[in-house]
Design a protein around this ligand. Structure first.
Ligand code: GTP
Ligand code: MG
Length: 575
């Protein structure tokens, strides 16, 4: 398939370089002023548009990142500030408690500051001079957290006092802005990288996520003093979009580790505990009390819901100050390991994240995914599908999970609840892929691959990196990487799967049509990724459905005829 794509691109004009088609310059010049500034924005390592093998930046292990961020969060405070404030005086005031490593401001129904001290002791020093407010007719519950409210003794009225502080944006760009940016990109590869840059979590947003977990940990510590609250899911697996939820894991096992260390001599000391009939009941009881605690005493925690009868019991709430929708769970350590695995896959090749972000945005734009639980595909499933697709390329872009397991050493060994979750965690032991396919080609091939996938009989399996017979009759079967008897997409209905297939075929068709139109780039229509995100694609699908013959079948046949034509042409050229 790769050879076909390259064959097609060799017939392109001079602008096409290294497999990427450069868009006409006029499109770039017609960009609105904001675009250039946005493009020049400080980036995280969004990856180049070239192959993963060129990305040589040293990568930190997941556990290292988590440890560093967690420690950083423990030295950090969150302060609700008056709208008019002198940044300089504010910092001077706080510096009385110790030196400040880092700070930033953001807006979310008010002005907030995130301040990281160099030493943890500075936080205690600040807490010591902080008072509990007296609220007139209402009563305050005196809870001493790291979330403060700053008041001015005398209001600032001289404009000279107010420095022009820069607030860090915590939200993704509007659809309008995104379309402008995409239409001004130079190539489809550039579009995918632009989308990644615009939607990925910023450094500040990541700090705020770890800080929020750390603040929740302080509340949970009222019951479980040595507990840890860790973020997992898209907040940490490198596939998180600005605005995604914050999945938290209340880890009580750390406490057990301490106690085993303390055991010495011929004695073994155990805590007296209450027994309950099952792990699940224990989980429900723990989450129930922590949920109550968050509801009654957790500063900024609102709309607390205890969803204890779910398959995976959780407490859901909004953290008002950060604006995050939080899901707190416990006893699902495997999900934490899945996050680590996805993080590894995201870091192995710079194309992975760009492709996943685009597919996630595409799915969201066409309502294939939703924030409400239901019969839709989840972002987690979509990510696993992209990983599987990249394992199927020739040569593969990503290794299989079984291969990662063979590279593991004794330290990597990990068994959770009887499931073998072992895989290598040192990036240096994994050879970069020799595959040099462009993002544009991969995007098109992704849609073709899943537009033609035999979902009725095959299962997606990233452990082995190949299709397998479906063990059960769910419309979509994606094997859980660690709990291999489970299907992570069991919830997906036949109609939702069909919608996915129809849209994948339609999108492949649009990209193929664009290849044909490249020599006459006169129209000013959204192109490439921008064209795929337009709702008109879905509308045209439903219009086509009203006519008797399904559009998707017609597109599939047309695509097949284009494929055989281009194979014939390339054979003729080669001959
Ligand atoms: P978004 O929140 O949609 O951005 O993506 P997410 O990856 O965070 O997904 P979600 O919040 O739904 O779930 C959080 C994490 O829980 C995922 O990243 C997975 O590690 C894990 N998870 C989600 N769904 C399943 C599932 O069906 N089975 C298993 N085993 N784990 C899941
Ligand atoms: Mg999530």
């Amino acid at each position: 398939m790769a050879a076909r794509g390259l064959g097609l691109l060799t017939s392109l004009p001079l602008r096409a370089r290294r497999g990427q088609v450069q868009r006409p310059l006029c499109r770039l010049l017609s960009c609105p002023g904001t675009v250039a500034a946005a493009l020049g924005r400080e980036e995280q390592s969004s990856g180049s548009s070239e192959t993963g093998s060129e990305d040589r930046t040293p990568k930190k292990r997941f556990s290292e990142v988590q440890k560093e961020r967690r420690e950083q969060a423990q030295r950090t405070v969150l302060i609700h500030c008056p709208n008019k404030i002198s940044e300089k005086k504010f910092l001077k005031y706080l510096s009385q408690h110790g030196s400040i490593n880092n700070h930033f401001f953001y807006e979310s129904f008010g002005l907030y500051a995130v301040v990281e001290f160099s030493q943890k002791e500075s936080v205690a020093s600040l807490q010591n001079v902080t008072r509990t407010p007296s609220l007139g007719t209402e009563a305050a519950i005196p809870f001493r957290s790291r979330y403060f409210n700053l008041k001015l003794k005398t209001p600032l009225n001289q404009t000279s006092e107010q420095s022009s502080m820069r607030c860090r944006n915590q939200s993704s760009p509007s659809s309008k802005k995104l379309f402008e940016l995409l239409c001004c990109a130079e190539s489809v590869d550039d579009q995918l990288n632009t989308l990644l840059r615009e939607f990925q979590l910023t450094e500040e947003n990541t700090r705020l996520r770890y800080l929020t977990c750390s603040l929740i940990e302080d509340v949970a510590a009222a019951y479980f003093p040595d507990c840890t609250v860790r973020p997992f899911g898209s907040s940490v697996n490198s596939f998180g979009k600005l605005g995604c939820d914050l999945d938290m894991f209340l880890d009580l096992d750390e406490i057990e580790k301490f106690s085993t260390h303390k055991a010495s001599g011929n004695f073994l000391m155990e805590f007296q505990v209450k027994n309950v009939p099952s792990e699940r009941i224990a989980t429900q009881k723990i989450l129930s009390v922590v949920g109550e605690c968050l509801d009654h005493f957790g500063p900024g925690c609102v709309g607390v819901q205890k969803i204890l009868n779910a398959r995976c019991p959780l407490v859901r709430f909004s953290h008002q100050a950060s604006g995050f929708q939080c899901d707190l769970t416990t006893n699902n350590r495997i999900a934490l390991k899945s996050s680590e695995l996805l993080y590894m896959y995201g870091a192995l090749d710079s194309r992975v994240r760009a492709l996943v972000f685009s597919i996630r945005c595409w799915a969201r734009a066409h309502s294939l995914t939703s924030s409400i639980p239901g019969a839709w595909i989840t972002n987690f499933s979509l990510t696993v599908m992209v990983i599987f697709f990249l394992q199927r390329r020739s040569p593969p872009i990503l290794p299989t999970l079984d291969y990662l397991k063979t590279l593991a050493d004794a330290e990597d060994k990990c068994i959770i609840e009887g499931h073998n979750c072992t895989f290598v965690r040192d990036f240096n032991r994994i050879k970069p892929s020799g595959n040099a396919e462009t993002l544009e080609l991969l995007l098109k091939e992704f849609f073709e691959y899943f537009g033609n996938f035999a979902f009725n009989k095959n299962s997606i399996n990233i452990r082995q990196g190949r299709e397998q017979n479906k063990p059960e009759s769910s419309p979509l079967h994606i094997q859980n990487p660690f709990e291999t008897s489970l299907n992570i997409s069991k919830n997906v209905s036949q109609s939702q799967l069909q919608k996915f297939v129809d849209l994948a075929r339609e999108s492949a068709w649009i990209l193929h049509q664009e290849d044909k139109d490249r020599l006459s780039p006169s129209n000013n229509q959204p192109w490439g990724l921008a064209a795929l995100l337009l709702p008109s694609v879905a509308n045209s699908m439903s219009l086509a459905k009203k006519k008797k013959k399904p559009a998707s079948e017609r597109i599939k046949n047309l695509l097949e005829s284009i494929k055989s034509e281009s194979t014939e042409n390339s054979t003729a050229t080669n001959g």
